[in-house]
Design a protein around this ligand. Structure first.
Ligand SMILES: Cc1ncc(C[n+]2csc(CCOP(=O)(O)OP(=O)(O)O)c2C)c(N)n1
Ligand SMILES: [Mg+2]
Length: 536
């Protein structure tokens, strides 16, 4: 007998049509009515804690360049997920986050595991939040959630579904719709931007994460070369959008009002494409722009355009805008070529014990395969990473978009799963601080279960090193809670089913890294390191 058509069967058909056949989740009683008789053509990726579930789905969506579906448990699961939901929001990742709600009949009496004010809970870190008024609206709510998540600026949305909705009869199939995921620039305004760029004596291009996300890496290179512009990385990148070994690349822009202003001094025009103006972090006062510098911003995100402190903005998909700019701007042959970024790559004369982060990165710069991808959450060594391990290919650098740590360990899992899905085989290298490693450590279990080709290199400096640098910058001595003695990281990783090893020397690191590359599963290499004075 044919299965009766219900809210559940209609919704699964819709999800199938939308290509949403992978569910990242952690189940509970309020989700089991959705998950029952889980169809064979669907896949459930289990994460053992919800912070991991969200970040795995986030990176998976980024790598596959499609929305991803998440299923969490009521308010408790959603609560655990919120920190990494903030990252997905800032990273413009299209996620459809769902959680089960208690039975409609019980809700008025505040049942156990009910999600009170369910639609309010994930705000403001979702673009849309909804609990269907009627069970029969569930499929259409998914369709609308998909459209909302995908439309620019892409981002997470939330659906709360009462557990009794799934079995309700529903005869008609869902209406499948499509929406656009890119916006083209207004022609006249783009032309005026192009004229200002052509007239600039010494333009700076600042590329942000939206460029790589839009698939605009090659176009960004072509624009920089045509203009002979200096290129800077936007502050605190969660994606790299330009080859960091390119002669036009001058390094990161900085992350305070003062450092950015200093860096832009001498440029009569800064063109910020695919980024906020700016993602400021430490408060070091200064001029928002140096005297004599004008600023243009191109972003697909109206919030980012409105929130800019200076400059003129244009709303557009960065890739389309760069393509069109390429045809409109004049050649910059007359300009002096920019000074490439300095890479002193200084190492101690004799090997240190414990190793310094540059010694660790020196080894990795020799042994990392050219097609590998880096997921970075080593907070105090970001400058050393760019110096030693520049990103040179599209889609090969990822970091948290929010500044919340506990994103990268599960994100590496999402990258590797996404690669496997799209038929790409490349090693994933997770560069993780010993502190950051702890927040979503359960993702290691998922990595081991799927035997994902990830090599985590955990920098064991026994502290929250960057916070010590911050304490110096902010003149706040005596902060407690910055030391991390007594963590058995390799034992922990082994407990989740990963290969795990402690190393002390560059030789050991090199050997273990090479072994890990061919291990056919996930390896955690714990390297004892010295604290690094961070450049803030
Ligand atoms: C969820 C979350 N909690 C706390 C912080 C504050 N925080 C920022 S960096 C950091 C320490 C990171 O230490 P570690 O990963 O060991 O890197 P290190 O600075 O030692 O290189 C902390 C606790 C944060 N950013 N996000
Ligand atoms: Mg540390």
């Amino acid at each position: 007998m044919a299965e009766q058509s219900t809210v559940r069967t209609v919704t699964y058909d819709l999800l199938r049509s939308l290509g949403l056949t992978t569910v990242f989740g952690n189940p509970g009683s309020t989700e089991q009515t959705f998950l029952q008789e889980f169809p064979g053509d669907f896949r459930y990726v289990l994460g053992l804690q919800e912070a991991s579930v969200i970040a795995m789905a986030d990176a998976f969506a980024q790598v596959t360049r499609r929305p991803a579906l998440v299923n969490l448990h009521s308010s408790a699961g959603l609560g655990n997920a919120l920190g990494n939901l903030v990252a997905a929001y800032h990273g413009n990742t299209p996620l459809i986050v769902t959680s089960g709600q208690q039975h409609r009949e019980l809700m008025i009496g505040e049942p156990y595991l009910g999600n009170r004010d369910a639609t309010t809970f994930p705000k403001p870190w979702v673009k849309w939040s909804y609990e269907p008024a009627r069970a029969q609206d569930v499929p259409e709510a998914f369709m609308r959630a998909y459209a909302m998540a995908l439309q620019p600026p892409a981002g997470p949305v939330f659906l709360s579904v009462p557990l009794d909705d799934w079995k309700q009869p529903l005869a008609s199939p869902a209406r499948i719709r499509t929406v656009s995921d890119r916006v083209a620039p207004e022609a006249g305004r783009l032309r005026r931007f192009a004229d200002r760029i052509s007239a600039s004596r010494r333009p700076a291009l600042v590329f942000g994460p939206e460029v790589d996300r839009a698939g605009g890496w090659d176009e960004a290179v072509a624009l920089a070369e045509k203009l002979r512009a200096s290129v800077y990385g936007a502050p605190l990148l969660d994606r790299a959008s330009f080859p960091e070994d390119h002669p036009c690349f001058r390094g990161p822009l900085g992350m305070s009002v003062k450092t950015i202003s200093d860096r832009l001094t001498g440029h009569d025009l800064a063109v910020v494409i695919g980024a906020e103006v700016f993602r400021y972090y430490p408060y070091v006062p200064g001029d928002y722009l140096p005297a004599g510098t004008e600023l243009l911003q191109i972003t697909a995100d109206p919030e980012a355009a409105a929130a800019a402190r200076v400059g003129d903005a244009l709303l557009a998909d960065p890739k389309i805008a760069i393509e069109e700019l390429l045809a409109l701007v004049a050649d910059g042959d007359a300009r002096t070529a920019p000074e490439p970024m300095a890479r002193p790559r200084l190492l101690p004369q004799v090997p240190s014990r414990p190793l310094t982060p540059p010694e660790v990165y020196g080894v990795l710069s020799r042994v990392r395969p050219p097609d590998s991808v880096i997921v970075n959450e080593s907070t105090s060594t970001m400058a050393q990473q760019i110096e030693w391990l520049p990103t040179v290919r599209t889609g090969s650098f990822f970091a948290t978009a929010s500044g919340g740590i506990g994103w990268a360990v599960p994100a590496a899992v999402g990258v590797a799963l996404g690669d496997r899905d799209r038929g790409v085989s490349r090693p994933v290298i997770g560069l993780i601080g010993d502190g950051s490693f702890q927040y979503s450590v359960q993702a290691l279990w998922t990595a081991a279960q799927y035997q994902l080709p990830i090599v985590y290199v955990v920098m064991r400096n026994n502290e929250y090193s960057i916070l010590k640098s911050f304490a110096v910058l902010e003149e706040t001595p005596g902060v407690p809670g910055l030391d991390l003695p007594g963590l058995g990281i390799a034992a922990m990783a082994g407990g989740f089913g990963c290969r795990a090893v402690d190393v002390e020397t560059t030789e050991e690191l090199e050997q273990e890294f090479k072994t890990a590359l061919s291990a056919g599963t996930t390896t955690v290499i714990v390297v004892r390191t010295q604290p690094q004075q961070a450049m803030l």
